[in-house]
Design a protein around this ligand. Structure first.
Ligand SMILES: Cc1ncc(COP(=O)(O)O)c(C=O)c1O
Length: 420
């Protein structure tokens, strides 16, 4: 039952098929901004949370909070159970072989920094290469640059096309015997492009490289199966998947995580400490130094429960309809230009108008109660490629509908009038 008492339609497997009913679950969406009902089209930056996630976190804070692991008392045991339960949920959700392969982090950024620093220290040296793409978020570029500076390896960017897709021949040409790691986004946050991961991962493995996937933008839209993908690492962000901020996961294949050196030192990650010989804890704790974000992990677990109850075929159809409708409506406006026109896209619409700066667009539509994002979207190489300083980006999630798109178009028409 939703927060507003609506009962969603479910199929025989008990999954919610009526995606439109889900909007009622998100309290933040039911408010006015600048005197108008809020239209939230900034979910690629951070999604809103359903009441069930908020309730799970409040319940933990009110009843169960204590530090996890090692505690013999009741609250510590409850807290540990909830925290480790969240790990189990994430493990099952992405079909990891074992929950020890799920490391809690602060978010996708920390997940990628962890894998870059630790894996890079283990397997990169002078002459080695890390192949990334030009459509990556800065979080999937800079951590690799940092480890390459330390090890003498190089970051090689694979080119993209005018539609915002990966240039497959360009990718293949740059995949050489020197490529030790391929770091790829599943879905581009600036363009919406969905990369053909299965093929790219197989190709990278054939060339002898390990593959790390930035799944921050895939999490809210696509079902992820890390074993079917056969990726070596996969990063997810809680706050993009209807969970809280400050929590994410790194999935890694067990044998690799076992072999990699710790990322940070401190409590939790050790077995024994002495000045002669410190030994490290077993997975996943080896990579979780210090007191973790317990409430965040529990909230993330609740978000996974929420997503697990949704029919993703129905979700994909809903989001496809929204993106198509928004794309067609936008192109009816004079001077509209879409940046990122890949054949396979997730719920991102990046756009510009002649002679109107993206920030002006964002400011005018905000006054209409419509929240979009403007700027470089932490993807400066994408902006350079398309020779634009910034774009306006409307991003959709399961709670959006066609009325939201109509409100955006109304706001954009106001901006066009104002700046013509
Ligand atoms: C593609 C992509 N990767 C990584 C990140 C960083 O994620 P987090 O906020 O969890 O650190 C983002 C956030 O916008 C993103 O869009």
């Amino acid at each position: 039952m939703s927060a507003l008492g609506l009962r969603p339609t479910v199929d025989r497997a008990g999954l919610v098929t009526d995606i439109r009913s889900l909007r009622a679950d998100f309290p933040a969406l039911h408010q006015d901004v600048h005197g108008k009902p809020l239209v939230y089209l900034d979910s690629a930056a951070s999604s809103q949370r359903p009441q069930a996630v908020i309730d799970a976190m409040v319940h933990h804070e009110q009843h169960d909070h204590a530090n996890v692991h090692r505690g013999v008392h009741q609250l510590s045991q409850r807290s540990t159970e909830a925290y480790e339960g969240a790990r189990e949920k994430l493990s099952a959700y992405i079909n990891a072989a074992n929950s020890a392969e799920i490391i809690f982090t602060r978010g996708a950024t920390e997940s990628i920094n962890l894998v870059a620093a630790s894996l890079g220290q283990m397997c990169l040296g002078p002459g080695d290469e890390v192949l990334v793409t030009r459509m990556e978020h800065h979080s999937n570029i800079v951590p690799w640059q940092l480890i390459c500076q330390r090890t003498g390896a190089r970051v090689i960017p694979a080119p993209i096309t005018q539609t915002g897709e990966l240039d497959r021949d360009g990718f293949t040409a740059r995949l050489t015997k020197n490529t030790k790691i391929v770091a790829l986004g599943h879905v581009s946050n600036a363009l919406g492009t969905i990369n053909p991961l299965q093929d790219l991962i197989a190709e990278a493995h054939q060339a002898g490289a390990l593959v790390s996937i930035d799944g921050a933008q895939a999490g809210p839209h696509l079902r992820i199966d890390v074993q079917a993908l056969d990726c070596d690492f996969y990063s997810l962000s809680g706050h993009k998947m209807f969970g809280p901020t400050g929590i994410g996961i790194l999935y890694g294949k067990r044998a690799l995580l076992e072999a990699m050196p710790p990322y940070q030192g401190g409590g939790e990650m050790i077995l024994t400490v002495s000045f002669e010989d410190t030994t490290y804890n077993a997975l996943p704790h080896k990579f979780e130094a210090g007191t973790p974000n317990i409430t965040g992990a529990i909230g993330f677990g609740a978000a996974i429960d929420y997503l697990s109850a949704i029919d993703f075929d129905a979700l994909a159809a809903h989001e496809h309809d929204l993106l198509e409708y928004a794309t067609n409506e936008l192109l009816r406006l004079p001077g509209a230009k879409i940046i990122g026109t890949a054949a396979h896209k997730a719920s991102v619409l990046s756009f510009l108008f002649d002679k109107i700066h993206a920030h002006d667009l964002g400011t005018v539509v905000d006054l209409e109660g419509v929240a979009i994002r403007t700027g470089h979207h932490c993807a400066m190489p994408v902006m350079d490629f398309f020779k634009v300083p910034a774009t306006a980006r409307a991003s959709f999630a399961l709670y959006n509908n066609r009325d939201d798109v109509d409100r955006l178009m109304h706001g954009l028409r106001q901006a066009l009038e104002m700046f013509s």
